[in-house]
Each structure stands twice: as C-alpha cells, then as structure tokens.
Unconditional design. Structure first.
Length: 111
C-alpha cells in the first residue's frame, strides 16, 4: 500500500504550482508595455464582411483603437449610421471591396 502522506504532499505541491503558474500568467500581460501586448504601433486596414451586431460592434472597437475600417454589406447604403458612429477612419462598401481593402479580413456572417 502506498504512503498516503506522500500522495497528499504530491497533490498539494501540484496545486501550489498550478496556482502560482496561473497567477503569473494572468498578471504578466498587465506588466508588459502595450507594444508587446499585441497592439499594433501602426494602424491596420481591416475589412469587415458582415456589419450586423457582431461585425458592427467589433468594427466600432477597432475604429476607436485607430484602425482604418471598411464595413461591408450587400446594401452598403444602409450602413451610413454605423460609419458615422465609427468616425472618420471608417467607410462602407461591398464584401469584395472589403476583401481587397484589408490587411485583415473579419468575416461576421451567419453560416
């Protein structure tokens, strides 16, 4: 029969190591400069295909972060309110334009 005390020590040590690792991984990004955290130092050109609730919301956040956004829809004339809210770095177009426009293409359409 195994020594129960050794088994408990091993489990405690594992739990402690897990706690320390998770804590360190969750705090580390807060201590790093913004460039290291993945924010681009230069604005990106992002084409958003599908400008409904998801595409519109995500595109708005990217526009607020300073990126150039092209919202696309089958009816781009209906996106004037969204483009106005997003600011001067946003415009509307067709999906093909968004695919050609962006360094990044974000597809937010129902499957």
């Amino acid at each position: 029969m195994k020594n129960p005390k050794r088994f408990l020590y091993s489990r405690r040590k594992f739990a402690h190591q897990l706690f320390v690792s998770v804590t360190a991984l969750s705090i580390a990004p807060l201590l790093l400069p913004t460039v290291v955290r993945g924010q681009s130092p230069t604005p990106l050109r992002i084409g958003v295909i599908g400008s409904g609730r998801i595409g519109g919301s995500v595109g708005m956040r990217w526009a607020e972060a300073g990126h150039e956004i092209l919202f696309s829809s089958r009816n781009p004339d209906q996106l004037s309110d969204l483009v106005t809210q997003a600011g001067p770095r946003a415009r509307a177009g067709y999906p093909q334009e968004a695919a050609e426009f962006g360094d990044i293409i974000f597809v937010a359409v129902p499957y």
